[in-house]
Design a protein around this ligand. Sequence first.
Ligand code: UD1
Length: 419
Amino acid sequence: MDKFLINGPCRIKGNVSISGSKNASLPILAATLLFNKPVIIKNLPRVRDINTMLNLLKSLGSKIILSRDRKTAKIINKKNMKTFASYSLVKTMRGSILVLGPLISKFYRSKTSLPGGCLIGARPVNYHLIALKKLGMKYKIRDGYIIAKSDGRLKGKTIKFPKISVGATENSIIAACLAKGKTILKNCAMEPEIKDLTQFLNKAGANIKWSGRTCIITGIDSLNQTTHTVMADRIEAGTFCVAATLAKGNLQVKNLDPKIINTELELLKKVGAKIKTTNNKIFIKGPDKIKSIKNIKTKEFPGIPTDLQAQLMVLMCKSVGKSSITENIFENRFMHVAELQRLGAKINIKNNKAFIDGNTNFIGAELMSSDLRASVALVLAAMVANGKSIIGRVYHLERGYENIENKLKKIGVRIKRLK
Ligand code: UD1
């Protein structure tokens, strides 16, 4: 298993181009199952989770033609598609559950593996199932699979989600596109990735409208051939902006609409970063002294994303005072803490809140990645630590960060892959 060797401390300078969003690409790719006609998706990030989704689509019968740079996929569905999403594919990526909505909506049947647990919490799919059941899906759980069918087309209904869920909102929107009549989804997640999914489907003829956290979908009979360019990855962009703030950097972050990370940029300004934006670039300079922030709280969009929590914790370790971070989305998303402590971080956890003493002088150490965002936080910490750090299990990073090693190298991080 590959490792990264990082020789800190590093100073960050230069420019970085942000890739397409993984979390927008996944529901968009799942939604291509609804189409009879070819679909072209551009700006896909070259990361492992996207390969997993493309393999899942292939296993269901989609023909996928990738461009030479593997960023554009032309997807053509067969007449007779399969409806079986196997455990071997679903277990490696929870986002695979997003094929359930389109399968049941288009083919009226599906056998989809339950995704199982994951390190950051139990991550059940009950809200997905409740919503799809309301639309007319009948199902039973057997041998770890959701065995589902419907009597013909799903039927539009009003559904209020008990809690805001990104995945359940996406699965329901996709399923409701081809349902009979009107579906009204209340208390929806409204992350930019969901708006990107909506734009893609509307371009293909779907009728989806938003009003705050309510989404109204008027079902149609079929979708048209279309081409869509996936939005930029706001978590990757946020991660690079944190890196610049952390390492007295001077960085140009390119290829994104800065509005998608407005909340994050406001927070970085509060800690002392100097930030300027244009319509597709961010210029960010890190401060000499990072100010601490008393209570950072993760929240659904437009709040601070949970996917940036670990990176912000590294930033607070290097700030000049005391701070705290409350994790409100996942119950167990502090695995990076023990690893950061190995570098010298002073962090105490009480329930879902981390109390951080700043002024940490990180000293390089051997570290282990646990999940996607936790591992990038370790890379950031190693980047500002004194001495060498070795980070194991870098495959976690490759699930969601395109070409991370080269992007970091290009902006001044002394990083090397050890095979
Ligand atoms: C998506 C993102 C992930 C991000 C998360 C929160 C993708 C592929 N993944 O994950 O990167 O961290 O949003 O922004 O886009 N829940 C239930 N029952 C359900 C569904 C969710 O209890 O049926 C709970 C979850 O355990 C969690 C919370 O609701 O505590 C939010 O989860 P959700 O928004 O659904 O996250 P994902 O869609 O899995």
